[in-house]
Design a protein around this ligand. Structure first.
Ligand code: RIB
Ligand code: CA
Length: 313
């Protein structure tokens, strides 16, 4: 079976970094056509820089990195330096990237690869606010029928919000973009906080990454040590959640996860519940099911997969 072709849309972010490394460490299963940066955890100038730092850390400066949208469709950008640090990749100082940023705009790059590859062969993996994805859909609605699907980290139902009582960060930052994506008719798989809050970076799991003893594993461990402190303080518990790698892990081994095909709609009108993913988990409406909403993950097997793949870099 040939590797699945993906585009990673991302706002690195330490957890985005581990997701990108996981994809680049799995060339038999995943071909990364491009990485498109979006404003989110930190401004675009940093997310595009960080994406290049991550590719060089993996020895993959051949992967094109593009800069996409620098702000949400209509709202002011909200960032998360309180979680990820000022650089977006705090925890270890890495040299500035030497690989160039690709000249093509990130949204154009998404359109370019989807048009160039045979229909139904490209999967979009969205790890940040959905601004680039929605802008691409607006620019060329045709791509909706050409995409194999979208696998995204975002939203929450039983876990409720992490940036407000109602909303998860990626959806909160650009709810109008999320609404366009969830109404697109594209096959969507959602990795919400309901799943990612069970993917905790416990001490034994972090120790197993450190035990790999490689420059990549040391960097990842330093990133995760820094990144998890915010959530451990906030939620208590035995470690911080590792959100974005769940998207790539889903592609590598969907048996790690379980969920339901349900209707998910996005709140865009209310200030109080802006960005809420209104997930009809109990099928109490007749609204059409538009997303596979993941509710659970086998965290031990997930971290075993992540650790094994990081060991290959
Ligand atoms: O709410 C978690 C999400 O927001 C993750 O993608 C993290 O990287 C941030 O973008
Ligand atoms: Ca992210």
């Amino acid at each position: 079976m040939p590797p699945r072709k993906i585009i990673i849309d991302t706002d690195p972010g330490q957890d985005d970094a581990v997701a990108i490394l996981l994809a680049l460490a799995s060339p038999d299963e995943i071909e990364v056509l491009a990485i498109t940066a979006v404003a989110g955890n930190v401004p675009l100038a940093l997310t595009q820089r960080n994406a290049r730092v991550i590719c060089e850390l993996a020895g993959r400066s051949d992967v094109p990195v593009h800069a996409g949208c620098d702000r949400p469709l209509i709202r002011q950008l909200v960032t998360a330096e309180n979680v990820h640090g000022k650089s977006g990749l705090d925890g270890v100082d890495l040299p500035a990237p030497t690989m160039a940023l690709a000249a093509m705009d990130g949204v154009e790059a998404i359109l370019h690869h989807i048009r160039r590859e045979p229909p139904g062969t490209v999967t979009l993996c969205a790890l940040g606010p959905l601004t680039n994805v929605a802008t691409a859909l607006r620019r060329d609605p045709e791509i909706a029928s050409r995409l194999a699907g979208i696998v995204l980290m975002g939203g929450a139902y039983f876990e409720v919000g992490n940036v407000t009582p109602a909303a998860e960060f990626n959806i909160y930052v650009d709810p109008e973009a999320a609404e366009i994506v969830f109404k697109s008719g594209i096959d969507i798989t959602v990795l919400p906080l309901d799943a990612t809050h069970k993917a905790l970076i416990t001490a034994p799991r972090l120790e197993r990454i450190v035990a790999l003893g490689t420059p990549v594993s040391r960097t990842v461990a330093s990133w995760l040590n820094f990144y998890e402190r915010f959530d451990v303080e906030k939620y208590g518990g035995e470690g911080g959640p590792l959100h974005d790698p769940c998207v790539i892990a889903w592609l590598l081994d969907p048996t790690l996860f379980s969920g339901r095909k349900i209707n998910v709609e996005i709140e865009t009108g209310s200030d109080l519940t802006r960005g809420m993913t209104v997930a009809d988990w109990w099928h109490v409406t007749t609204r059409e099911a538009n997303a596979l909403f993941i509710g659970d993950v086998d965290a031990e097997r997930l971290f075993a997969l992540i650790t094994e793949r990081l060991g290959r870099l």
